[in-house]
Structures are given as structure tokens and as C-alpha cells.
Design a protein around this ligand. Structure first.
Ligand SMILES: [Zn+2]
Length: 68
């Protein structure tokens, strides 16, 4: 899934006339930072439990709190 995302990102960069060879490494660092950031924030506001792998969970699997 991440690979597919990166491949699509490379296509987007090429479309803007930017070389993936130059921007690839920098972009990878950016993506890694974004992933780490999202994992750090992917927690229930009520119980601070990790929300799992769902893209958009409606309820916390730990405490059942409704999520927006
Ligand atoms: Zn919770």
C-alpha cells in the first residue's frame, strides 16, 4: 500500500516537472515523518488507546467512545 502510494507520488512529481531522483529521498523523509506523526496521533481522545488499522473508525475499539 505504501509502495503504491509512493509510486503514485512519483508520477505526481513528474507531472510537475520535478525529478523523482532528486525529490524522492526528500519525499521519503517527509512521508516517514507524516507516518510517524499519524501513528503518534492515531489515538482515542477518551482513553488514549491506539485505534487500530481502520481508516476512519466510528468508535474506539478500546472504550467504545464515538469518534468524529
Ligand atoms: Zn477509547
Amino acid at each position: 500500500m505504501l509502495v503504491a502510494f509512493l509510486m503514485r507520488a512519483n508520477v505526481d512529481l513528474s507531472a510537475y516537472g520535478l525529478s523523482p531522483v532528486v525529490f524522492g529521498p526528500a519525499f521519503l523523509v517527509l512521508v516517514a515523518a507524516a507516518v510517524i506523526f499519524s501513528f503518534a496521533n492515531w489515538r482515542c481522545p477518551a482513553c488514549n488507546g491506539y485505534l487500530g488499522r481502520g481508516i476512519n473508525p466510528k468508535f474506539c475499539s478500546k472504550c467504545g467512545t464515538e469518534l468524529r
